[in-house]
Design a protein around this ligand. Structure first.
Ligand code: FAD
Length: 385
């Protein structure tokens, strides 16, 4: 199937070549490890390096920082292809998000210092917004970064942080001015190696996405040089987040599309083999209609997602459109997994068939990156002007 629609305006020959190469790497090196990584609760660090060596991490990064010099479409391909081999554990989306924060707001010194390691896979990134007491209401975060000489002292705690056990570069969302509301929020980069007062908590046990390490993080008087503030000015964090969240939300939609394509493929193969009442399960009209509905939803989503990628490449993907993509794709993904699992009968409930894992993995797509209720709020704001 693949990510691209035949008329997608952003797709060039190099995107096709890249998609083929990424698909091969994932078929050989990712898909065979999914079960093992799910059991161990994290992806092997070696896979990050392998992905870097194969050029998967820096497709959208300028050559000056070790990348291939393409646009966001290259990251879109990686995210889609990951879903299309049935994986949700490898935290590339977050790596891509952090890279785009650095590219958009980093000083030249910050870009040179951090981007090459993220592109080579030697460094793994995380972004720490959510706290035990607040997720949706980001302005209410309690983590602080207070000036102390030429350093910041970070205090607070974060939770649900993707790549949290593995990351060595963390974008910490903190208040540099406790009394300034959204204008007091800044993004500060923490290099975890040797960071006194920084502690990783539990690798959280989850309903799905078990191969991804999702973690608590604790900060107790963690000293970070002031040069680690993202960008040149304090208080820009909320604006920086709002500008970059559309990409995070599109990444979720790309994952949804990849997962739907994978689930459809697996389900078709199963119902073509499985017999009931002397015929293939595929031959029941109910099965054919369900699969027809799923295929239609997948194609509608593919068109929308391609349009969003084209806008992301052009720098015009707005908050409301990205919210629509995130909300609709994740709901569709959950509906599709529900229907596909049903077509597997009892085997669908068994973890030895990937559909059970896909069903569990899909659920969080409606929650993280901003819940779907928050997405609807953002969409409504664009209507009620
Ligand atoms: C597996 C996983 C990975 C994650 N990865 C990261 C990560 O890497 N970095 C990070 O910072 N965070 C991460 N998160 C956190 C995630 O973004 C938050 O869980 C999410 O934003 C919701 O916040 P909350 O859990 O505090 O829910 P709450 O904000 O407490 O929401 C609870 C309920 O209230 C609803 N609600 C809240 N406000 C409104 C409103 N205004 N109108 C209507 N309904 C509302 C919500 O939709 C939800 O249904 C991750 C979460 C999970 C589960």
């Amino acid at each position: 199937m693949g990510l691209f629609t035949p008329t997608a305006s952003w797709v060039q020959d190099e995107h096709h070549m890249f998609a083929d190469a990424v698909g091969r790497v994932f078929a050989d090196e990712l898909a065979p490890n999914i079960e093992k990584w799910n059991e161990q609760g994290r992806v092997d660090r070696a896979f990050w390096k392998l992905a870097g060596d194969q050029g998967l991490l820096g497709g959208a990064v300028p050559e000056a920082y070790g990348g291939a010099g393409g646009g966001k479409g290259f990251d879109a391909i990686v995210i889609y292809e990951q879903g299309a081999v049935g994986d949700s554990g490898w935290g590339f989306s977050i790596q891509s998000i952090v890279l785009h924060y650095l590219l958009a707001y980093g000083t030249e010194e910050q870009k040179e210092r951090w981007i090459p390691g993220l592109v080579s896979g030697e460094r793994v990134a995380a972004i720490a917004m959510t706290e035990p007491g607040t997720g949706s209401d980001l302005q209410s975060i309690k983590t602080t970064a207070e000036k102390d000489g030429n350093q910041y002292r970070i205090n607070g705690s974060k939770t649900f942080i993707t790549n949290g056990q593995t990351a060595d570069l963390i974008v910490v969302v903190a208040k540099t001015d406790k009394d300034a509301g959204a204008k007091g929020v800044s993004l500060i980069l923490l290099e975890t190696e040797g960071a006194d007062g920084f502690r990783r908590g539990r690798n959280l046990k989850k309903l799905g996405m078990k191969a991804n390490d999702t973690s608590e993080l604790f900060f107790e008087d963690v000293k970070v040089p002031q040069t680690n503030l993202l960008g040149a000015e304090e208080g820009q964090g909320f604006y920086q987040l709002m500008k970059q969240l559309p990409w995070e939300r599109l990444a979720i939609a790309l994952t949804a599309l990849g997962s739907i394509d994978f689930a459809l493929k697996e389900t078709v193969a199963y119902v073509q083999e499985r017999k009931a009442f002397g015929q293939r399960v595929m031959d029941f009209q109910n099965t054919r209609f369900k699969l027809a509905e799923i295929k239609t939803k997948a194609e509608i989503l593919r068109s929308f997602v391609n349009d969003c990628v084209a806008r992301a490449e052009a720098g015009t993907l707005d908050a409301a459109t990205a919210s629509m993509a995130k909300y609709w794709s994740s709901e569709t993904q959950n509906e599709v997994m529900h229907e596909c699992l049903q077509l597997f009968g009892g085997y669908g409930f068994m973890m030895e068939y990937p559909i059970a894992r896909l069903y569990a993995d899909a659920r969080v797509q409606m929650i993280y990156g901003g819940t779907n209720e928050i997405m609807k709020e953002l969409i409504a704001r664009s209507i009620d002007v």
